[in-house]
Design a binder for this molecule. Structure first.
Ligand code: SF4
Length: 372
């Protein structure tokens, strides 16, 4: 299949691995963060890390939309279903993320909450049209990739005069999270990992383009290479990062030229900007409260904002005591550092969010046995 098989060629992967071995200096360490869970999944699934020399270390980032969702936000969605009688629609992975009191959306459904898995924001709107006598809330999560469809659906709901539809908006912003990781204070005190560069996300960058990463290269002197999700994409990106580090360069390079442009999808950005504005702050699981890192509906679309419609107030809730998701999402720890990994916590019985989605670092390690 075009653009798939050609980026999974084992012989080329071995050649790329040999180049990385040849060019990575043995007397230094290269620490690269793969921001996106899609890359974490690719690294684990295709055994890419096995082809890297020990001095090239890949560190998970917070780019898994389910993993960064704090418990308090899931609690809001559960309360809408159980206490306010709303139909709550959301994406499949979100259903299994542990919330407070041993609940998750799927367990709340078993307790009688009308919680439905949907494949798209448009499906949630259809649900609202099919049940005009019920409140229907779309629990919207994700990075810039899933934000434009939510924005379009809000505009469509307004156009169609659908009055029983609203959005619990938990869309988050990639550049703000990268800034937060780079700006984290001192490593010793706060458990920050020193990074030599980033693999930039694929799908997010299709929407926002490569330009938003320029400040990380110019201001923080961190190389960024945007990469596709196939194994050869990731290996090529690692080689490009090694070369930048060796040459003392810090630039934004684009390995994923088949889909990403400097300016991104301007039409998608326009619709996002029409419907959403940036929140002052938002709590991320693992990163804590990050300023200007998430979106809310603009005043113009207040009628479709579930937080205003149901007068919801977010309350932070701590994670399970033994769960290391926070440290893993900051790149400070690895899944195998968690005492619960693979025994108490498994994909069938996730204790923390990183074990839920296939893009989560713990799920990827568990499924594919990645130990580096
Ligand atoms: Fe959390 Fe489970 Fe991962 Fe441990 S293994 S960090 S409990 S998700």
């Amino acid at each position: 299949m075009k653009y798939i098989d050609e980026f999974r060629d084992g012989a080329i992967a071995r050649q790329l691995g040999e180049r990385i071995h040849a060019e990575a200096h043995p007397d230094r360490v290269y620490r690269f963060m793969e921001f996106c869970g899609g890359h974490t999944h690719a690294l684990s699934r295709y055994g890419v890390t096995e082809l890297l020399p020990p001095q090239v270390q890949m560190i998970h980032g917070p780019g898994c939309p389910v993993c960064v969702l704090p418990i308090g936000r899931i609690d809001l969605a559960i309360r809408l279903a159980l206490e306010r009688g709303a139909i709550v629609c959301t994406y499949g992975d979100t259903m299994r993320v542990p919330a407070s009191d041993g609940l998750s959306l799927i367990k709340a459904k078993a307790r009688g909450g009308d919680i439905r898995m949907v494949y798209s924001a448009a499906d949630a709107l259809k649900t609202a049209q099919a049940h005009p006598d019920r409140e229907v809330v779309f629990f919207a999560i994700g990075f810039e990739t899933t934000t434009p469809p939510t924005a379009l659906v809000v505009q469509q709901a307004e156009r169609l005069g659908v009055k029983n539809f609203s959005v619990l908006c938990c869309h988050v912003l990639t550049p703000a999270a990268v800034t937060h990781i780079l700006a984290a204070p001192d490593a010793e005190q706060h458990g920050k990992v020193e990074l030599d560069g980033f693999i930039g996300p694929a799908h997010v960058s299709i929407v926002i383009g490569s330009d938003p990463y320029v400040p990380f290269a110019e201001g923080w002197h961190k190389p960024v290479v945007i990469a596709g999700f196939e194994p050869l994409d990731v290996m090529q990106a690692i080689l490009m990062l090694v070369r930048q580090v060796n040459e003392g360069r810090a630039e934004v390079e684009n390995e994923f030229t088949r889909a990403v442009t400097p300016k991104g999808n301007v039409a998608a950005q326009k619709v996002m900007d029409e419907v959403f504005e940036v929140r002052d702050s938002f709590e991320w699981r693992g990163l804590g409260v990050v300023p200007h890192s998430a979106l809310k509906l603009r005043e113009r679309y207040a009628a479709f904002d579930a937080e205003r419609r149901f007068d919801l107030h977010y309350q932070p809730v701590p994670d399970h005591k033994a769960c290391e998701c926070g440290a893993i999402l900051r790149g400070v720890k690895r899944p195998t550092d968690c005492k619960l990994f693979g025994n108490v916590c498994t994909p069938d019985n996730p204790v923390g969010s990183c074990m839920v989605s296939s893009e989560g670092a713990c799920a990827a390690h568990y499924s594919y046995g990645r130990f580096r």
